[in-house]
Design a protein around this ligand. Structure first.
Ligand code: NAD
Ligand code: ZN
Length: 702
């Protein structure tokens, strides 16, 4: 219907209108009508929107305001004069009993007050009760029940006629195929509602599509409307649709029956439907007699939006009384007795300008999309992670593409899809670097992984990220060691590695611009305090691949001293709860590395706690059972023989010399060759006297 060149031209025109404030003119009206027809076609017929809703709404509002100011430009073929362009040729068309309209939109408290004022004027003298319910973000349907049976289901279509989808709707388990309307005196009725796909189902659907190499669906709404219009009901059944019914639009009574009490107000009519077995919004609905109550409820509900299992894009406020609704009537586009309060937009389109590659703590190289800044839901988005090469390939994203960006609640923004129809041929493939963009090392991609990695441990990008991770709140919690300070200290070579944190030359820091005495002493105190952090935080802070906070806690419980892990095998690690082969391999690899052992020893030398102070191990009767000790040098707080006795009392065996059998070497002042030999061996845990005393104390306390 719209050839590729036309699509691109119309889209660019729309963007330029959105980015300027054009003067009213008849030619602009013509352009807007074409843009909206095109958008409607992509949205309703193709289920593949090219604009963000907020953009569409702005274009639509602009057209409406121009037609209002210049009635001579208003033609009856204008999209403002009907609901939508929603009919495909594949399905039979049926006429609705009552037109199925859209809703007028409001975006803030003022809009809502204006609408309430119009309601009050329309039914002057009477008080109004407002009913508020969720605005389900799905596809609208009309259901007709005759003699208690579902006889016909249709899409909204163009509002006057819809597509007949009875067999598809019968696949939706929550819609009753029959209901006892006759007991209420009703012979025939038409119910309106929304078909939705729950968020989890939707996510599953897109995972499935990705595995089949298909493009992801943009959102649950388009997925729902596309599914309803599939030609094979068996396929529909697989998509697990849900429904909510929110309006009785028409009914006729059995001979002799009077209008039942439940059909005087919107709220009561839905309660009746609920009792008859229909899914309705009754549980979420609230009644208000003043618009301020409505406004407060709307603001509150928006914050809870993400707690629902399905998507809503706002709330709908309806005049509760059916007689009042009747008196207010409707326009060609929407009823006057209802209005939508739309939540802040979560999607926007933008242009992908470039892709940068960022190197993380573990050397993983992440593509990051740089887009023209767009405002989504109150925040400006200009940088978006593309995760990895596979995601880029799956979504077929190119530099220069127009992309649909989503930012929902606390979720980090992501690119839903590219819009390939809008390409003009200048787009370029995203090329993945073969070498680390920071240190130049050749990148590697392990077979079973989706990411490329720089395996150069000395890579600057990784070093900075490792230090940041070590200092982070959930690790060693060194306040003040954030991104800017760490990057700055790194540049100045004040810190090049994690152990350097404990060797910072503070006089040099104090001389730096922007550092006051107070900030230096705070920072220094934070670094000093981190020495006492419990072992699980240290383990997490080391940034071992695949080791998160929980795994770190499980690990910390298993040893007396961090360095006990030097002798552990993969098999031993696997025996710990929640640790699988992948994590075990990573752990064994980490602790076997000479570089890592050196770093750990440097931390221990700097006085960082290596001891498990909450140990189940230490709580056993002989906390040192099975462990071998050797003391060397001069101890300052106890005699060597006392120290040996204390260790033995806890089950330790004292060895005569340094060998591979030795677990702990406790080092006093002026230690000599034993210390050298132990260091060379690399398997011996070297303890200071203080550390040894701490070990004794924790085992005595338990
Ligand atoms: N992105 C695009 O290119 C594009 C194109 C066309 C339309 N749109 C979007 O669609 C909107 C217009 O579509 P629309 O006509 O479906 O209007 P709408 O989505 O703004 O609101 C009307 C619809 O809300 C639904 N609804 C959900 N819960 C309801 C409830 N409790 N009570 C009553 N109705 C309820 C009904 O299906 C009703 O038809 C636009 O405002 C725009 O956001 C976007
Ligand atoms: Zn690198």
């Amino acid at each position: 219907m719209f050839p590729a060149e036309a699509q691109k031209r119309i889209f660019d025109q729309a963007k330029s209108i959105l980015n300027s404030s054009p003067d009213a003119s008849e030619i602009l009206v013509t352009h807007l009508k074409e843009i909206i027809r095109f958008a409607d076609w992509k949205y309703y017929v193709e289920s593949d929107p090219v604009f963000a809703d907020e953009e569409y709404d702005r274009l639509f509002a602009l057209l409406r305001s121009m037609e209002a100011a210049h009635p001579e430009w208003l033609m009856d073929d204008s999209p403002t004069q009907r609901v939508a362009l929603g009919l495909s040729e594949r399905l039979p068309t049926v006429a609705h009993l009552v037109p199925m309209l859209s809703l007028d939109n409001t975006y803030n408290a003022d809009d809502l007050r204006d609408w309430a004022r119009r309601c009050e004027t329309a039914i002057a003298g009477e008080s109004i009760t407002y009913c508020v319910e969720p605005k389900y973000d799905g596809a609208s349907i009309s259901l007709i029940y005759e003699a208690d049976r579902l006889s016909r289901a249709a899409t909204r279509g163009d509002g006057v006629s819809g597509e007949e989808i009875t067999n598809n709707v019968k696949q939706i388990k929550s819609i009753p195929l029959s209901a006892a309307f006759a007991t209420g005196g009703v012979r025939q009725l038409e119910i309106r509602g929304e078909v939705v796909i729950h968020k989890e189902t939707f996510a599953g659907l897109n995972r499935q599509r990705a595995s089949e190499g298909l493009a992801p669906l943009a959102n649950p709404r388009n997925a729902a409307s596309g599914t309803l219009r599939m030609l094979d009901p068996a396929e529909v059944a697989k998509r697990k649709l849900s429904a909510v019914l929110y309006h009785i639009s028409d009914y006729s009574l059995l001979g002799g029956a009077g209008t039942p009490a439940s059909l005087h107000t919107h709220y009561d009519s839905l309660k009746w439907l609920q009792e008859l077995g229909f899914p309705t919004p009754v549980k979420e609905m609230r009644l208000f007699t003043d618009i301020d109550g409505v406004i407060g409820f709307c603001a509150d509900f928006e914050t809870k939006r993400d707690e629902l299992p399905y998507e809503i894009d706002g709330l709908v406020i309806k005049v509760n009384d059916f007689a009042q609704q009747e008196r207010m009537g409707m326009t060609a586009h929407h009823p006057r007795w209802a209005v939508a309060y739309k939540f802040k937009a979560r999607q926007a389109t933008s242009k992908l300008r470039a892709v940068e590659f960022q190197v993380g703590r573990t050397g993983s190289v992440t593509p990051v999309a740089k887009i023209d800044p767009v405002n989504i839901g109150g925040a400006t988005v200009s940088s978006i992670s593309l995760f990895n090469e596979d995601v880029v390939r799956e979504k077929d994203i190119h530099i220069g593409d127009t992309v649909l960006v989503e930012r929902a609640g606390d979720v980090i923004p992501y690119i839903v899809k590219a819009l390939p129809d809008l390409r003009d041929g200048t787009e370029q493939e995203i090329l993945f670097p073969t070498h680390c963009p920071v240190c130049g090392e050749m990148l590697e991609r392990p077979e079973d992984e989706a990411v490329w990695r720089c395996i150069n441990f000395a890579c600057k990008a990784q070093a900075v990220e490792r230090i940041l991770h070590y200092c982070s709140k959930d690790a060693m919690d060194i306040r003040g060691m954030g991104e800017s300070n760490v990057a700055r200290f790194f540049e100045l070579e004040l810190i090049r590695s994690v152990p350097d944190l404990y060797r910072i030359d503070w006089t040099q820091v104090a001389a730096l611009e922007g550092f006051k005495d107070k900030s230096v002493s705070n920072l220094r105190a934070a670094v000093d305090a981190s020495r006492e952090q419990p072992l699980n935080r240290l383990i997490f802070g080391l940034g071992i691949r695949h080791v998160g906070e929980t795994t770190a806690k499980n690990l910390a419980r298993k040893v007396t001293d961090l360095r006990d892990f030097y002798s552990w095998t993969e098999e031993q690690f696997i025996r710990i709860e929640d640790i699988g082969p992948k994590v075990a391999a990573s752990l064994a690899h980490f602790f076997a590395s000479h570089d890592n052992r050196e770093s750990i020893q440097a931390l221990a030398d700097a006085g960082v706690n290596m001891i498990n102070t909450q140990s189940a191990v230490l709580q056993q009767e002989g906390a040192f059972s099975g462990k071998t000790f050797l003391f060397t040098g001069t101890l300052s707080q106890m005699k060597r023989s006392d120290a040996e006795a204390k260790a033995e009392a806890l089950g330790a065996q004292i060895l005569g010399g340094v060998s591979s059998k030795l677990n702990y070497l406790v080092v006093g002042a002026d230690a000599g060759s034993k210390l050298e030999k132990a260091k060379k061996l690399g398997t011996v845990i070297i303890l200071t006297e203080e550390e040894f005393i701490r070990m004794l104390e924790t085992s005595a306390n338990s």
